[in-house]
Design a protein around this ligand. Structure first.
Ligand code: BG6
Length: 499
């Protein structure tokens, strides 16, 4: 890993005319350029089916960055001049030949030593074909390094994920494959390890002797928007749980790595996922709850139910909400439930982790509640970033009562314009060859294995609950915790964590 030099590379974006390129990739690469993290020695080649020209692509790039707070006309122009476009047919060998010629030319023009990043930002059915063609047509045959960045979904179940993996492994070695999970690029997701492993007051307590349960919530207010076609076959389980939620679980559950190298961190995450208790199809109803949003209100606006969204079957049984209980059967976590929930059209956009500590062996104090408030550590992932600790203190005045005290640390006060977005970090990591915040195949394998049993049990309508758009999910998700004697801690941002 080389973090001192500015990486010199060409980035080939497959699907450069698409939404992801415009919304995330161009602005992120611009930020890296603007901050001086990449030198002038780089080029971006956009490829897609449409017959665009360099200028059409540059115009799109301009549009995608001009509204950014840090954008200025001079750097935008200089930046856009690094962009080139190639109309491309993923199945034609001629296209790969033209691409190779173009890349060789750009290597000379920009003094790039043959380093190439191939970024798959398009329909997943072509990932395998492109990867194998890149190799067979000699595009990966360069004096520099080659890396493949691959967006989700990585398959739609274990079988298809394996097939895709076998295809891309024909052309790229595991260490050249960067499987994106954009949650791993988020500031506070990266902070989980630091909170755990750099604080003497947490790590000794981070186990089943002191923690009663962990809750991870990732709620969205948006519906499926124009992604009905994709989402129908995916649902919340494949769209959010298999990747983002399970990644957060593994970071919370992993053992301390012996050092912070990619291999050591990954191997601990993999070990945690291996300890996940498999859920048998007949047990799924005891561990998982699924829901689908009906019509309702979001921020005062009426919104349609899922079944009335574009490209959605009016009788769809696709889940837009999942709550689940994951058990990790190892010495550290035996008996501690990890509850997860995620959904679309919920009451607010928020991702939070709540670590609930066990009660003390006895209560010496008078409280106005039946019990002393449990200690909570809350990790705010988004939109607010920070940590909250709920402790107990003495109620003010001549009383023997206790009261919960809330200590907040917020990242939000830090200049947000300078906080890199997830994609910016991940693209940079890939450029410098740091794969730590990308998913290893073994992680993908283990999470699909776990998820497949659940989707197998969700083949029909039975057990699909509805919730009104604008609610926090179906009531059955509350019961999932209540039967274990717990409840979901609120995720609103008003500090209302007391019972
Ligand atoms: C994506 C899902 O991976 O994550 C989307 O495909 C979802 O459906 C998104 O909206 C959520 O990401 P974030 O960063 O907004 O929480």
């Amino acid at each position: 890993m080389n973090t001192t030099n500015k990486p010199k590379t060409t980035i080939v974006i497959f699907g450069a005319t698409g939404d992801l390129a415009k919304r995330k990739l161009f602005p992120s690469i611009y930020n890296l350029y603007k901050k001086g993290k990449i030198s002038e020695e780089f080029a971006v080649v956009g490829v897609a089916r449409r017959s665009w020209t360099d200028e059409t692509l540059r115009e799109t790039v301009r549009e995608s960055i001009q509204d950014q707070a840090n954008a200025d006309t001079e750097t935008i122009e200089a930046f856009c001049n690094h962009f080139y476009y190639l109309p491309f047919d993923v199945t034609s060998s001629q296209s790969y030949k033209e691409l190779n010629d173009m890349l060789t030319r750009l290597d000379d023009q920009y003094n790039i030593p043959g380093n190439r990043i191939f970024y798959m930002a398009m329909a997943p059915e072509f990932f395998g074909t492109i990867a194998t063609n890149l190799k067979s047509q000699g595009v990966t045959d360069t004096p520099g390094w080659t890396r493949l960045v691959i967006e989700k979904p990585f398959g739609h179940d274990l079988t298809s994920a394996k097939e895709l993996n076998d295809n891309i492994r024909e052309a790229f070695a595991e260490e050249e494959i960067y499987r994106i999970d954009h949650y791993l690029g988020k500031e506070m997701v990266q902070n989980i390890e630091v909170i755990r492993f750099a604080n003497a007051m947490f790590e000794p307590l981070w186990n089943n002797r002191y923690i009663s349960n962990i809750q991870i919530t990732s709620s969205e207010t948006l519906g499926v928007e124009d992604r009905g076609g994709y989402y129908e076959a995916s649902g919340a389980l494949r769209d959010m749980v298999q990747n983002h939620m399970m990644q957060m679980v593994s970071l919370l559950a992993m053992e301390p790595p012996i050092n912070l190298t990619t291999d050591e961190i990954r191997s601990e995450k993999i070990k945690a996922l291996r300890a996940l208790r498999p859920v048998q199809p007949e047990e799924v109803k005891d561990y998982f709850v699924r829901g689908q949003y009906g019509p309702g209100e979001i921020n005062g606006d009426e919104v349609p139910g899922y079944r009335s969204e574009a490209n959605v079957d009016p009788e769809s049984i696709t889940e837009t909400y999942v709550a689940g209980k994951l058990m990790i059967d190892n010495f550290r976590w035996a008996g501690v439930p990890f509850y997860i929930r995620t959904g679309k059209r919920m009451v607010l956009k928020s991702t939070k982790i709540v670590v609930q500590f066990k009660e003390l062996p006895m209560n010496l104090y008078v409280t106005d509640k039946e019990q002393i408030h449990p200690n909570l550590l809350i990790i705010h992932i988004q939109p607010d970033e920070g940590i909250t600790l709920i402790l107990n203190g003495k109620k003010f005045g001549p009383t023997g009562e206790t009261t919960p005290v809330q200590l907040d640390y917020s990242n939000n006060t830090i200049d947000n314009a300078n906080t890199p977005e997830a994609y910016e970090r991940l693209i940079y990591d890939c450029m410098i060859g740091d794969a730590t915040n990308f998913t290893h195949w073994d992680e993908v394998y283990l999470s699909w294995k776990f998820i497949d049993a659940i989707s197998a049990a969700w083949k029909d309508q039975e057990g699909l609950h509805t919730y009104q758009a604008g609610e926090m999910g179906p009531k059955e998700a509350k019961q999932l915790l209540e039967k274990d004697g717990f409840h979901w801690w609120p995720v609103n941002n008003e500090g209302k964590y007391s019972i």
